[in-house]
Structure formats: structure tokens, C-alpha cells
Design a protein around this ligand. Structure first.
Ligand code: NAP
Ligand code: G4F
Length: 340
């Protein structure tokens, strides 16, 4: 029998990579999406179009703010594994919409855990749970950060993730659920949302190279992040749920560089000098900043046999080359029509 997985946030960056991974392993994959006026399935359209997957890949409308929809989806799909990747995931926006962020990213986790617990109570079936925790939870804690480091969250988003983290432990301890927390450091890819700094940089640099954009406005260039490749990180999520016992794991590369250094890698790839194009704009500063994230992934290496396989230079190159192709297509489409 094929295993059955439910992925919330399937049309996000990580959801799409995880769906590919699980489908490749023979899983039946159910994904939860929110209804939107304009469909947002760009990252999974290739899976939806693949007829060979039509009996193993299904989407359902639901929302972490709507407990009823969660209960309905869990009961209908009866998954073996649930990967909760859905969230209001943007740190700066969480300062603008704290209540909403806490409702979706924090309380939404309890709604989902309750739906799972009810289903398990009624059917006797075990459902394993993965929670998408974040290195943002460490906030101002001194690097390197590991599973033993105290959380010092610095945003509504990070506070909501800390709340979710402890609820997962609560459900594990109170009800014996196989519920695990991934504490993932920043991970990026060509599918990264364009409001996050790496993708904002690669998109802009490629457009600047082709004369489609003149400048790039950014906030704090001094913050340091431990950036890995999203495709590597979803494999760690899966590995957590294959362990006999649940646990909490830091997933990171153990290398951290600043936004400034990332800018240099990307613009160098395009033979450009970043300092000629970047404008520091206070609009992009945050009320409180997380200065330095550097993960210690030794537990994931020892217990999950997981390692990051993509270094930051390879990641910057992958994203820049992808976005150069996008910019080239954009330039072609904006060329005046000269046919005939
Ligand atoms: P992402 O691209 O922003 O995807 C988030 C997904 O959540 C989207 O599919 C979004 O759907 C969905 N969503 C948002 N609000 C929802 C709601 N109320 N109900 C149902 N779905 C909702 O994020 P990501 O980078 O893939 O990250 C996946 C998870 O890992 C998130 O929980 C994030 O907080 C966490 N995380 C990410 C990183 C990282 O560096 N990427 C690191 C640590 C933790 P729409 O398309 O409809 O908005
Ligand atoms: O790319 P960012 O927005 O990512 P951030 O805040 O680290 O959060 C991401 O990673 C977390 C894991 O640690 C996830 F949990 C979370 O969901 C999200 O995926 O910003 C990175 C850094 C920050 O220090 C920010 O101040 O870049 C700095 N930055 C400078 N200029 C900017 C900009 N960030 C954004 N988004 N846009 C700017 O113009």
C-alpha cells in the first residue's frame, strides 16, 4: 500500500519540493490550498499536468484559520503523515499583521493538531506530524544555535512559531503523538517568494543586467543568515517522520554570510558591481532585527543521516542563472514587434 501524506502550504516553496520528493517515493499526496481569485499553483502546475500522477496527487481547499476545513480534510484523506508547511511566513509583514500571523502561524497549528487527534481517537490510526519551525525562533540568541539554544524571538512571526513549537511538544507528551519540530534555518531556491531577500536580489540583479531595472532598494545589509537549498531541506522533514520516535531537529548548513556578501556573489556572477545599484531604504528595516543566525545541524547529521548538499555559492549561482533566464524572456516579450 502506498503511504498517504497531507501537505499544507503545498503551493509554497517547500510544499512544491516536498510534493515532488514524496511522489517520487510512491506516496499518495494530498495538498491543502487556499481559495484565491487568481490561482496560485505555479510551483505545482507541472505535477497537476502530469497524467501519470492523477490518481496520486490531489488538492483540497482549506485554511489554517478554519478548523472545520482541517477536520474535514484530515477525515477525508486519512493521511499517514501530515506536513504542516502553511504559514504567514514573512517576518516583516508579521509586524504589520501580528494578530493574523499569530492566528494562522500559531493557533492554526493547534487547530490542525486537534483535527489529527480527533481522527486518531475515532479511527485508532496513527498519523505522524511535521511542524515547520524556524531559526527565527532563536532571534537574538548567541550563535551557533542548536536544539539546546534558548529561544529569544524578535517578531510576531517568531513568537507564533515558538508557540507552535511548544504545542507540538505538548501534543507529543500529552497524547503520545508522533509529532516532530523541524527548526529550519533559511532555505532558498528559484521558487523562493520574491519578497524574501535572496530572491529579491537575484530577480533584481538579472533585470538590472538586461537594463530592465535601474536600482535595487534593500533594508539592513549587515544581518547574517545560514542559507541552504530548499530541495535539500524537505528531505530532512521526511527523514524526521521515518524515525521510530519523534524529535526536534535543527536543519542548517553551519555557514552564515551577510546580505552584503550574498549581494556580492550574485552581482559577481553577472559581472556587475552591486554597490553601484543598491540603495539602502529604511522602509525595509524591521522594528527589531535578527542579526546573526548560524545553525549547528550535528543532531540531524547524527540521527537523520542528513547533510546539506548545496553550498551558498552554488545556491546563489542556481538562483541567479534561473532569474537571468526569466529576465531574458521578459526582455524578449517587451521588444518592439518587428516581424514582416
Ligand atoms: P511560503 O513559500 O511562504 O509558503 C507558505 C504556504 O502557506 C503557501 O502555500 C501559502 O498559500 C500557505 N498559507 C498561508 N496562509 C495560509 C492559511 N491561512 N491557510 C492555509 N495555507 C496558508 O513558505 P516556505 O518558504 O515554503 O516555508 C514553508 C514553511 O516553513 C512555513 O511555515 C515557513 O514559515 C517555514 N519556514 C520557512 C523557512 C524558509 O527559509 N523558507 C525557514 C524556516 C521555516 P498561499 O499561496 O495561498 O499564500
Ligand atoms: O529574506 P528574509 O525576509 O528572511 P527572514 O526574515 O530571515 O525569514 C525567512 O527565514 C526564516 C528562517 O530563519 C523563516 F522562518 C521565515 O519564514 C522566512 O522564510 O530576510 C533576511 C534578512 C533580514 O535580516 C532582513 O532584514 O534580510 C534582511 N533584508 C534586507 N533588506 C531584507 C531586505 N529582507 C527582505 N525580505 N527584503 C529586503 O528588502
Amino acid at each position: 500500500m502506498n503511504k498517504v501524506a497531507l501537505i499544507t502550504g503545498i503551493n509554497g516553496q517547500d510544499g512544491s519540493y516536498l510534493a515532488e520528493l514524496l511522489l517520487g517515493k510512491g506516496y499518495v499526496v494530498h495538498g491543502m490550498i487556499r481559495r484565491a481569485s487568481t490561482p496560485r499553483t505555479g510551483h505545482i502546475d507541472h505535477l497537476l499536468a502530469d497524467e501519470s500522477l492523477s490518481d496520486r496527487f490531489h488538492l483540497h481547499f482549506g485554511d489554517l484559520a478554519d478548523a472545520n476545513s482541517l477536520r474535514h480534510i484530515i477525515d477525508k484523506t486519512a493521511p499517514d503523515e501530515v506536513y504542516n508547511l502553511a504559514a504567514q511566513s514573512h517576518v516583516k509583514i508579521s509586524f504589520d499583521q501580528p494578530e493574523y500571523t499569530i492566528d494562522v502561524t500559531g493557533t492554526g497549528v493547534v487547530r490542525l493538531l486537534e483535527a489529527i487527534r480527533n481522527h486518531m481517537d475515532h479511527t485508532g490510526k496513527e498519523i505522524r506530524y511535521y511542524q515547520a519551525g524556524s531559526s527565527e525562533m532563536f532571534g537574538s540568541a548567541k550563535p551557533p544555535q542548536s536544539e539546546m539554544t534558548r529561544f529569544e524571538p524578535r517578531s510576531p512571526y517568531a513568537c507564533a512559531k515558538v508557540y507552535a513549537h511548544y504545542q507540538v511538544i505538548n501534543y507529543r507528551e500529552s497524547y503520545g503523538m508522533h509529532a516532530s519540530n523541524g527548526i529550519l534555518f533559511n532555505h532558498e531556491s528559484p521558487r523562493r517568494g520574491e519578497e524574501f531577500v535572496t530572491r529579491k536580489i537575484t530577480r533584481a540583479a538579472a533585470r538590472i543586467k538586461l537594463g530592465l531595472q535601474k536600482e535595487l532598494r534593500l533594508g539592513n545589509l549587515d544581518a547574517k543568515r545560514d542559507w541552504g537549498f530548499a530541495g535539500d531541506y524537505v528531505d530532512a522533514m521526511w527523514r524526521m517522520l521515518q524515525k521510530d520516535a519523534p524529535g526536534d531537529y535543527v536543519v542548517a548548513t553551519a555557514i552564515s554570510i551577510s546580505i552584503r556578501d550574498f549581494l556580492e556573489k550574485v552581482f559577481d556572477r553577472l559581472d556587475l558591481d552591486w554597490s553601484k545599484y543598491v540603495v539602502v531604504d529604511p522602509r525595509f528595516f524591521r522594528p527589531a532585527e535578527v542579526d546573526y543566525l548560524l545553525g549547528d545541524p550535528s543532531k540531524a547529521a547524527a540521527q537523520l543521516d542528513w547533510r546539506s548538499s548545496t553550498n551558498i555559492t552554488e545556491l546563489a549561482t542556481m538562483m541567479t542563472d534561473h532569474d537571468l533566464k526569466l529576465a531574458q524572456a521578459e526582455a524578449r516579450s517587451s521588444e518592439p514587434f518587428t516581424g514582416r
